[in-house]
Design a protein around this ligand. Structure first.
Ligand SMILES: [Zn+2]
Ligand SMILES: [Zn+2]
Length: 351
């Protein structure tokens, strides 16, 4: 089969490798779509050491069709359309956090059988644990399946930082995480979503697809002043930071919250962040972090996300802006890396 193999940085090669065979409790999935996540770009940009030694495979936002069943798998059928919960999130299953359903906190997350483990969404086939494979209703596209990972991260955040009581939510960032989060927040009853981004294009898409009511272009207006003005001088009830990276964004996000408000962090930072502790003290801010996805109150957040998509309560399609065949994965990563030029929000690779 053909698979994208990552040699570090921008060196991605499509190579022929043996098609894997599913073991007990596993299925072989013919991959139809794989999304390029912001976290896929960390190593590509040289900002973060890869977990794996080169060459490795990756791609944790994926959907496809079951091609073969391993021993003991009776709940799934060959030919069935499925979304796959990224396997870099699999916990040890034994520690305190895993047994409490909070595998995102497992110290051995992403290890399986003593080896580093992950999904391979940028290849023709991937072997997946049957427990990570979720049937996709016929009317849900493979593009939508790609975004289930983002929707589930939104479900994770909004479980821990609830909305639904008429709150104003400010979202910092305008990528796929921000847009999926805005849609879930609106579906769950947030009164108003204000999205703060650096470029007009994705913010316009956010308004069109129901992810934001108001937008602030940070290059044109000071975000804190703009959000204060939009909220009658109060600030937002809840702020969610979705950008991360190396810029000083956390302090900006916190400055958008009202007195007694909450700031929640989804972005993955690779530099320490300076915060204004005095401002946070004066406002008695709650700051919390939200790491990936798992379960909330015993329910799989990926399954909750699937329900939101299947019921048409969120709109994934406008968030997928670009498609590339697997052979052109380098162009897919280039488009995802330089969103200013490509106007990409989520880029999908089709094997
Ligand atoms: Zn991701
Ligand atoms: Zn564990």
């Amino acid at each position: 089969m053909k698979a994208a193999r990552f040699y570090g940085g921008k060196d991605i090669r499509v190579e022929d490798i043996p098609t894997p065979t599913p073991g007990p409790g596993e299925v072989l999935v013919k991959i139809k779509a794989g999304g390029v996540c912001g976290s896929d770009l960390h190593n590509y940009r040289g900002n973060r050491q890869a977990r794996f030694t080169p060459p490795w495979e990756q791609g944790h936002e994926l959907g496809g069709e079951i091609a073969a069943l391993g021993h003991g798998v009776t709940s799934l059928k060959v030919g069935q359309r499925v979304g796959i919960e990224g396997e870099h999130l699999i916990g040890c299953g034994k520690c305190r956090h895993c047994t409490e359903g909070q595998s995102q906190l497992c110290a051995d997350r992403g290890m399986a059988g003593g080896h580093l483990h992950a999904s391979h969404g940028f290849s023709e086939y991937d072997v997946c644990k049957a427990t990570n494979v979720h049937p996709l209703p016929d009317h849900v596209s493979f593009d939508a399946a790609v975004l289930l990972d983002c929707y589930a991260c939104a479900v994770h955040t909004l479980g821990r930082t609830p909305v639904g009581g008429n709150e104003t939510l400010a979202i910092v960032g305008a990528g796929a995480i921000a847009l999926t989060l805005g849609q879930v927040a609106k579906a769950w009853g947030a009164k108003r979503v204000i999205m703060v981004g650096t470029r007009r294009h994705p913010l316009d898409v956010a308004v069109r697809c129901g992810a934001a009511d108001d937008v602030v272009v940070a290059r044109e207006a000071d975000p804190a002043q703009a959000v204060m003005k939009l909220t009658g001088g109060e600030g937002a009830d809840v702020v969610v930071e979705t950008v991360g990276g190396s810029e000083q964004v956390l302090g900006v996000a916190m400055s958008l919250a009202r007195r007694g408000g909450t700031a929640s962090v989804m972005g993955v930072f690779n530099q320490p962040q300076a915060i204004d502790a005095s401002m946070a003290m004066t406002r008695e801010l709650t700051v919390r972090w939200s790491n990936s996805l798992s379960n909330w109150k015993g329910v799989s957040e990926y399954a909750t996300a699937m329900g939101l998509v299947a019921d048409g309560r969120v709109q994934p399609e406008p968030i997928i802006t670009h498609h590339f065949p697997l052979e052109r994965i380098s162009e897919a990563f280039a488009a995802a890396e330089d969103k200013r030029t490509s106007n990409a929000i989520r880029v999908v690779v089709n094997a």
